[in-house]
Write a protein that binds this ligand. Structure first.
Ligand code: M6R
Length: 610
């Protein structure tokens, strides 16, 4: 959370930095700020609110031009949301300005020492400690590199930093520890940012920083060091994204754009992972070794990725006969791990930077367990630290609500379960090929579901004034209900809860009255009849049933106030098809309630705090 960017070059730094901030806004949007280095010193402008507040302020009252600066978009951790707590934070005598993504765990102790030495603090943030510590150490040592290294070694916690030093107008300093930072290499200009999306408009040549690394970025050079000051050689990578991937294009919001990209994402993964109606993931002997002969799989993930993990449990158990547990990363990583070497840990993450999931991965590695990552973003921390990575190839997902990344995760888990089942002799060649031939029609089927857009918008119009909503599903679509509820609550602020349909009668049924929209996910499946019974229990108590059902299903239609018909697909693919109308429903409810679905309050795309 929080996005940082730093630039030194020949362009107008304010413009480079504000465009960069807009690309990073998904990482946090409580407040934003910019610092430029001028011959007279460091000048700062910062504002509570979204980045457009900062930009309006810069338009109304322009800053002098500069070709070097740093900027920040904030997701508050320490200190309330106000101009003073916004970054950058300048040291007491104005020598350093700092922007920071992460949390300094020992900031109180450091602050006490600095206060005893006469430093006065203007903000409530942990970050101001960093700028003052840099200044104190620089005055102590009289050497910039020494001061930077001493400072980063004194800090405990997670921090990606971009730093301006008043005495050098050809230098931006970057630091990475447990928060991402990427360096973009240009011609006569260089840029650092939390995410390559902010670098893409300038260059595709990047260097990914590792933990405990410092970079001194100048117009014509970039020098990397470890925290001991030893120089490091780094590999230059070429970004595999297009700038349009990070643009809204004709869509009003990223969320809608990304929902509409789902057929393409499904097609990309079919192209990547299927040959002649057979999945080819396990052709890689390293992955095969990792998966075969496991007596247990533990999936750890957060939010939407956790829901994909729940679908994965159903798939791996049902088809491949592997016992699977699914854990919230935030719970998994702080508990005694009872497992032997036959346990495989699977970390699922869109960003690959979720702190809880990284902790889970490290917890597993510390216990000597193998970790398989299912990740969307290449070069992310989770991708780099795992024993094996399966990429989900959904492209850049900007909307805070995860949509296309979820479908890709479920698709990859489906392919993996089917291929593993086949390798273990649990399904025949014909069965595998039959399934994959159906999977190949999913891009077209999801396209068809998207054509229900106006119908779903109409239903959204009927429920958007409700204060609560309930989502029900069973079996492989229980996670679909959970995911539908998460989507609705996070983007529209309507309280929504997902239940296993069969659990209704054990308590939640008491919530049902004629004001409660109950969204029942019940396409044709092995638990269809049971879910029909649960729906009757709701309908007979006046609940307003909105059903996601298979085309031609009259029985569910009769007990539903509104129906969303999806094409008939084998049960194994129903989670992929039935989540799409629920994503659209959440989107339109948000719009009708006047909420920007791309930037729901209090949230950020990449949750890099614990
Ligand atoms: O990047 P990750 O998949 O690790 O992120 C996990 C969650 O933070 C994420 O899915 C979150 O719940 C989304 N906002 C859901 O739409």
């Amino acid at each position: 959370m929080c996005g940082i960017v730093g630039y030194v070059g020949h362009k107008d730094a304010e413009s480079v930095l504000t465009v960069g901030l807009q690309k990073l806004e998904y990482r946090g949007y409580d407040s934003a700020g910019i610092a430029l280095l001028l011959p007279s010193g460091i000048i700062v402008r910062k504002k509570a609110g979204k980045i457009r507040e900062l930009i309006s302020s810069l338009e109304e009252d322009p800053l002098p031009k500069s070709t070097i600066g740093i900027a920040h978009t904030r997701w508050a951790t320490h200190g309330g949301v106000c101009d003073v707590n916004a970054h950058p934070h300048v040291s007491q005598d104005g020598l350093f300005a700092v922007v920071h993504n992460g949390i300094i765990d020992n900031f109180s102790a450091l602050k006490e020492v600095l206060e005893e030495e006469g430093y006065e603090f203007r903000s409530e943030t942990d970050t101001e400690v960093i700028s003052n510590l840099l200044e104190r150490n620089y005055k102590l040592l009289g050497d910039l590199k020494g001061a930077v290294l001493k400072t980063v070694r004194e800090l405990k916690g997670s921090f990606a930093l971009a730093v301006l030093f008043r005495e050098d107008d050809d230098l931006v300093i970057g630091v990475r520890k447990d928060s991402p930072l990427v360096v973009g290499l240009g011609e006569g200009e260089n840029i650092i940012a939390s995410d390559p999306v902010a670098i893409l408009p300038h260059t595709k040549r990047v260097v990914y920083m590792e933990d405990e690394e410092v970079v001194f970025v100048r117009r014509n050079s970039v020098d990397f060091y470890d925290f001991e000051g030893n120089p490091i050689q780094k590999e230059v990578k070429i970004l595999d994204y297009n700038e349009e991937d990070a643009e809204k294009g004709p869509y009003p919001h990223f969320m809608l754009k990304e929902i509409y990209e789902q057929p393409r994402v499904l097609a990309v993964n079919l192209d990547m992972y299927v040959r002649d109606n057979r999945p080819v993931l396990l052709k890689d002997l390293n992955l095969r070794r990792l998966l075969l002969n496991r007596s247990r799989v533990v999936i750890e993930a957060a939010g939407t990725s956790y829901h994909a993990g729940l679908v994965g449990k159903y798939l791996l158990e049902t088809y491949a006969g592997v016992p699977v547990e699914v854990e919230y990363s935030s719970e998994f990583s702080h508990r005694r791990l009872v497992a032997d070497s036959k346990t495989l840990v699977v970390a699922i993450s869109q960003s690959g930077e979720t702190a809880d999931t990284i902790d889970g991965l490290r917890h597993a590695k510390k216990h000597g367990l193998d970790v398989l990552a299912i990740v969307n973003r290449p070069e992310s921390t989770i991708a780099r630290e795992s024993d094996y990575v399966i990429y989900t190839n959904a492209g850049i997902e900007v909307g805070v609500a995860s949509t296309k990344a979820y479908i890709a995760q479920v698709q990859v888990l489906t392919l993996l379960a089917l291929e593993l089942a086949h390798v273990k002799g649990l399904i025949t060649d014909d069965e595998l090929e039959y399934m994959i031939s159906h999977m190949k029609s999913l891009p077209r089927i999801v396209e068809k579901v998207l054509s229900l857009d106006a119908h779903v918008e109409h239903i959204a119009g009927k429920i958007f004034r409700s204060t609560n909503a309930m989502f029900l599903g069973r079996g492989i679509n229980y996670p679909t209900a959970l995911e539908g509820a998460l989507k609705l609550k996070e983007v529209s602020y309507m309280h929504a809860i997902g239940y296993a349909a069969g659990e209704m009668k054990h308590g939640p049924l008491a919530l049902v009255d004629d004001n409660l929209p109950v969204i029942v996910v019940n396409p044709k499946s092995s638990v269809y009849e049971l879910t029909v019974s649960s729906t009757h229990e709701v309908a007979s108590r006046g609940g307003r049933v909105i059903s996601v059902i298979t085309e031609g299903d009259r029985r569910m239609a009769e007990i539903s106030e509104y129906k969303i018909h999806i094409p008939d697909v084998p049960e194994i693919f129903t989670p992929i098809v039935s989540i799409v109308p629920l994503q659209l429903l959440a989107y339109y409810v948000a719009i009708l309630r006047g909420v920007d679905p791309d930037k729901p309050r209090n949230l950020a795309k990449s949750v890099t705090v614990r």
